[in-house]
Design a protein around this ligand. Structure first.
Ligand code: ADP
Length: 291
């Protein structure tokens, strides 16, 4: 953790790649030193312990996509199917916002304008979440909303291996409607969407239908809207995504890790197709059969 913070300080002053390499070794040494030393590993072997081959650990995936595309919906479904944690940095930020800490006021101002939170804050929240998961024996992850800048992607690359990056895509007019339709139940915390998307295919774009995801009666009177889901802020978030986060797609594309997925419609149509391109249909059948 301290090493991650050192990495940020070093990265902020330039030379991200070199800083990543330097700090990766010290992070590994700091976190794995006691057990590695006890096991008699020579210095430097810790790094190999942390970077375990994909076949020996759970998946380490990233979900990319514009606000409102459904990263949270599909990442959380996959996390349940694969038994790995779904870690959404937006949720970590909102948990912090809901607390009474001094950071909350500072964050509210940034988030409610649709701007990105500083790398330092995001990595702090993420490090705490990863540490908590590690203590509880979690392995693997599906990251949602992180990395959001090339610098975050480079730093992540310096500390762990990402196996695959799923890039969810949807036309922009639909994204805005979906964000404006989002609701959260203040009591059970579940997400719903009141928007009924029904756009005709035109100008070479396919028609798209997405049924609303309506809450049960007992949630209806407790629905809340995210403060950053107003039209002005959503459009600002989309602009920031195009400026800051689209280059992250190129970053992973050049590594051959990017899997593009154009959402064909709502969950009933999109989920089976997503499982198909991820080669996970059998996994779901096994899970359904066992339920
Ligand atoms: P979205 O619906 O825009 O994808 P998220 O729930 O992922 O929203 O994030 C909400 C807000 O939290 C963002 O607008 C931003 O202010 C902050 N945030 C989340 N993840 C990051 C990140 N990786 N870097 C910087 N800011 C972030």
């Amino acid at each position: 953790m301290a090493a991650v913070q050192r990495l940020f300080r070093a990265a902020a002053s330039g030379g991200v790649a070199a800083a990543s390499r330097r700090c990766m070794t010290s992070l590994a040494a700091e976190q794995a030193a006691p057990s590695a030393a006890a096991a008699g590993f020579p210095f430097g072997a810790e790094e190999k312990l942390r970077r375990r081959p994909a076949a020996e650990r759970n998946v380490q995936w990233v979900f990319l996509g514009c606000p409102g595309v459904g990263k949270g919906t599909y990442a959380s479904r996959l996390s349940r199917l694969l038994g790995v944690p779904h870690i959404a940095t937006g949720d970590l930020v909102r948990d912090e916002l809901a607390s009474t800490g001094t950071l909350a006021k500072q964050l509210a101002e940034i988030v409610n304008q649709g701007k990105l939170v500083s790398d330092e804050i995001i990595f702090n929240l993420l490090s705490k979440r990863l540490k908590k998961g590690e203590d509880q024996g979690e392995s693997g992850f599906i990251l949602d909303g992180f990395p959001r800048t090339v610098k975050q992607a480079e730093i992540l690359d310096g500390v762990t291996d990402i196996d695959m990056v799923v890039n969810l895509k949807l036309r922009e007019d639909v994204l805005v409607e979906k964000c404006l339709g989002r609701r959260i139940c203040g009591q059970c915390g579940k997400n719903f969407n009141l928007a009924c998307i029904d756009v005709k295919g035109e100008n070479g774009l396919p028609a798209i239908y997405m049924a609303p995801l309506l809450p049960p009666n007992n949630c209806m009177s407790k629905l809340t809207t995210r403060a950053d889901d107003t039209e002005e802020v959503v459009r600002n978030r989309l602009k920031i995504y195009n400026d800051m986060s689209q280059p992250v797609e190129d970053f992973y594309r050049s590594q051959g890790k990017l899997l593009e997925f154009d959402l064909p419609g709502g969950i009933p149509e999109s989920w089976p197709k997503l499982l198909h391109i991820l080669n996970l249909e059998d996994q779901e059948e096994l899970k359904l059969a066992a339920a």
